[in-house]
Design a protein around this ligand. Structure first.
Ligand SMILES: NC(=O)C1=CN([C@@H]2O[C@H](COP(=O)(O)OP(=O)(O)OC[C@H]3O[C@@H](n4cnc5c(N)ncnc54)[C@H](OP(=O)(O)O)[C@@H]3O)[C@@H](O)[C@H]2O)[C@@H](O)CC1
Ligand SMILES: Nc1ncnc2c1ncn2[C@@H]1O[C@H](COP(=O)(O)OP(=O)(O)O)[C@@H](O)[C@H]1O
Ligand SMILES: [K+]
Length: 495
């Protein structure tokens, strides 16, 4: 069986379990450290063959142990190497052994004076970072950062929490980070990701089955995880075979957001898309669309009539909607109808005073609600989860999915997609220019188009987030939300 470590993400505590399982299976743990440190030395030499001196900053644990191995390997090649030890130098275990085999000088950390021309090997803390860094460490790290000294971080830039991606006091702004076996959440979640520089994942020889057995369904969002759920376009395809998506429009002055979602839905593959518009905005909508249709829906009775047409296969509600009472009534009617729904923006905010009513409405049967909040909208429905500083973004999205019986797309530079069954993905293909007015509306439309075509909710959301990021990358900086729609690729072009 092929085990895919490429997309797997393991937390530091899972990694510690993997370490133990590897040792229990008879693997030589010192050999793992040796390979880790050697890999770091090789990376340092490959990228900085002309360094004036390599400065290894070694901590008291196994991250430090990797640093002693790297220092020994670099010394052997004739480089200038200086090692500064923070805290009590390791005496026991693999790190103690690595320290004893290093024959160079180990000076106290406080003696380190950063100089231009240094290349720092950051071996202070990795997976074992347990608390905020104290002041002398923070000051030293900030000094290295301010001099723009290249830093090669071992496992994680010291100061980055591997579980949450948070900065614990201060962190090295690494040029590159060398990690082992697979990525950790701190490499992908913000702000951690922005401190890692380019990431190299090195296989130090822990069997894949041991790594995957200890992990808990967290992965990087990549097409092969959902490609098999994509709708296929047969030669005899009919437009209704690709579903009919209904997108609810806001009032007279706020119709643009729904039109972005509707346009994106059509481009993303829905067979038909209809804007469901209040009377006051129907003309404005009709004047602006061509392939997208417009239908007037002014009240619950009209919506119920529409829902009696079984060809409407999914809905998107929220972008630019405005009227919260209307939003709640419509959402509850949609829940009753059993149709899948993407709930975004005002559709989410509409339930801020009674989130349980929303969750209850979708609590039975297969998952058919996808919510796409940014952090602010998330806090409106899940205030306790948003306020709990001990939770990572993954923990938050997972807990919210479980509570709401919905797929949660918690947006941002590091969008997390989570399902009630615990599956979670971190998205990593979105360029920063995706943060532009209306791009969230486009995302709602793409995900809703996938639902309309019958994709399961988690895969629909994951594929939507990825296609959205890929479209932004293809559109390039300076794009607008309208441009983004035009750069959505067909399913057959997803590599
Ligand atoms: N998993 C694997 O298979 C492999 C893992 N490998 C490597 O092991 C690394 C994990 O090693 P690790 O568990 O020893 O933790 P590590 O990051 O060295 O830190 C722990 C030390 O730091 C200290 N400390 C913590 N926070 C602190 C703070 N704020 N301020 C000051 N001190 C603080 C803490 O002290 P304590 O909390 O006990 O007081 C303890 O002494 C991993 O990142 C990878 O590089 C490789 O060798 C290959 C195989
Ligand atoms: N720094 C960033 N890098 C990449 N993508 C981002 C960044 N910030 C936000 N995004 C993405 O941009 C979109 C913004 O959506 P949203 O917050 O709803 O804005 P709007 O309401 O203007 O559409 C989301 O898909 C989000 O994941
Ligand atoms: K480190």
């Amino acid at each position: 069986m092929h085990i895919d470590l490429e997309t797997l993400v393991v937390t530091p505590s899972e990694m510690a379990g993997i370490d133990r399982a590897a040792a229990d299976s008879g693997l030589d743990s010192f050999a793992l450290m040796e390979r880790a440190g050697q890999a770091v030395a090789a990376v340092a030499l490959r990228h900085h063959p002309g360094a004036l001196r390599f400065v290894v900053l070694a901590g008291p644990g196994n991250n430090g142990g990797d640093g002693y191995v790297a220092a020994r390997a670099l010394l052997k090649t004739g480089c200038t190497v200086e090692l500064f030890a923070f805290g009590p130098p390791p005496t026991k275990g693999d790190a103690g052994r690595a320290r004893r085999r290093y024959r160079g000088l180990a000076r106290p950390f406080v003696d380190y004076q950063p100089m231009r021309g240094d290349v720092v090997i950051d071996a202070l803390f990795g997976a074992g970072l347990a608390r905020d860094l104290a002041e002398p460490l923070c000051a030293a790290i900030e000094r290295v950062n301010s001099l723009a000294i290249p830093v090669i971080a071992i496992d994680l830039p010291s100061g980055i929490d591997g579980r949450t991606g948070a900065v614990r006091g201060a962190a090295f702004q690494a040029e590159r980070t060398v990690t082992f076996m697979c990525r950790k959440p701190g490499h992908l979640l913000m702000p951690g990701r922005s401190f890692c520089g380019s990431l190299e994942i090195y296989d130090i020889g822990i069997p894949a089955r041991i790594v995957s057995a200890a992990s808990h369904h967290l992965r990087v969002n990549e097409p092969h995880l959902w490609r098999m759920s994509l709708p296929s376009a047969g030669i005899d395809a009919h437009k209704y075979g690709h579903g009919h998506l209904g997108v609810f429009s806001g009032g007279r002055l706020t119709t643009g957001a729904a039109r972005l979602a509707a346009g994106a839905g059509l481009k993303a593959g829905a067979g038909l898309v209809t804007l469901l518009s209040p009377a006051e905005a129907a003309d404005a909508n009709a004047a602006h669309v061509t392939a997208v249709m417009v239908r007037q829906i002014d009240n619950l009775a009209a919506l119920r009539t529409l829902l009696s047409d079984p060809r409407f296969s999914a809905f998107a509600l929220g972008p630019g909607l405005g009227d919260f009472a209307r939003a709640r009534n419509y959402v509850l009617a949609l829940a009753e109808s059993g149709r899948p729904l993407v709930l975004d923006a005002d559709g989410i905010t509409a339930f801020r005073d009674e989130p349980d009513r929303l969750f209850h409405a979708f609590s039975d049967g297969p998952i058919r609600l996808v919510m796409t909040p940014h952090a602010g909208e998330f806090a409106r429905l899940f205030a306790d989860l948003a306020d709990d500083a001990t939770l990572s973004k993954v923990d938050r999205a997972r807990a919210a999915a479980l509570r709401s019986h919905a797929v949660i797309v918690l947006k941002g530079a590091d969008t997390v997609i989570a399902a009630p069954d615990g599956r979670a993905l971190i998205n990593a293909n979105a360029p920063p220019w995706l943060a532009t007015a209306g791009s969230g509306d486009v995302l709602s439309g793409v995900i809703a188009a996938h639902l309309a075509q019958g994709m399961p909710a988690f895969e629909a959301a994951a594929a939507g987030v990825w296609r959205h990021g890929a479209a932004a990358a293809a559109a390039g900086s300076g794009m607008t939300a309208e441009d983004l729609i035009n750069f959505l690729n067909g399913f057959d072009q997803i590599k």
